[in-house]
Design a protein around this ligand. Structure first.
Ligand SMILES: [Cu+2]
Length: 132
């Protein structure tokens, strides 16, 4: 039992690291994000996020959706958003980094439009948000 777990922990990151290097041009970004990003709340972000195929950090995009959660302590606004073609994202619910001003502008349940920059690991940082 102990040996099996140890090997699994070692092998998984190596396999993921190997396949993430040679697929950058073969598929539209986003096809591999769907499963991992669909349920942000249950996902161990520090383990899974860096392994995902994702657009390069710093890409700009905009979208619309509904605010499902605001975490003022962590500086995050979770948005159930539609597909965002500019960065190859399917529709999903995900937490965006947000500043204090952004968090004051919207409330849970609001329909919003927003702009963001992608961050490393497939996340996003809001640069603008407004209630629709
Ligand atoms: Cu998303």
């Amino acid at each position: 039992m102990r040996t099996t777990n140890y090997l699994t922990l070692l092998a998984a990151p190596l396999a993921l690291a190997a396949c993430s290097n040679d697929q950058e041009t073969s598929e539209p970004a986003g096809t591999m994000m769907t499963d991992n990003m669909a349920d942000v709340d249950n996902m161990p972000m520090s383990d899974d996020m860096p392994m995902m195929e994702s657009p390069a950090a710093g890409q700009a995009g905009s979208g619309e959706g509904s605010v499902t959660e605001i975490d003022e302590a962590d500086g995050k606004i979770t948005i159930d958003h539609g597909p965002i073609a500019a960065v190859g994202w399917p529709a999903m619910t995900m937490a965006f980094s947000a500043d204090d001003e952004s968090m004051r502008k919207v409330a849970v349940g609001d329909r919003v439009t927003f702009e963001f920059r992608t961050t490393e690991g497939g996340g996003g940082e809001l640069t603008a948000i407004a209630k629709q």
